[in-house]
Ligand binder design. Sequence first.
Ligand code: ZN
Length: 73
Amino acid sequence: MISIDFSMAIAGYFLVFLAFMLIVWFLNRREKDKELSLDPKMIWFCSVCTYNYVDTKQETISICPRCGSFNKK
Ligand SMILES: [Zn+2]
C-alpha cells in the first residue's frame, strides 16, 4: 500500500512538473513568435553603408546609427 502510494505521488509530481515545463515552453515560444512578427517592420537597411539596424520609433524615415544618413522605407 505504502509503496503504491509513494510511486503514485512521484508520478503525480512528475506529471505536474511536466505540465509546468510545457506551459513555460509554450509561453516562451509564443513570445518568440510575437517578436518575430514585430521585427520585419522595424528592421532598416542603410542604402549608403549597407548596415542593418532596428528602429522602433520611426516609420517612414530613419537615421542610420553607423553613418548618419537618412533612409526611406
Ligand atoms: Zn548607414
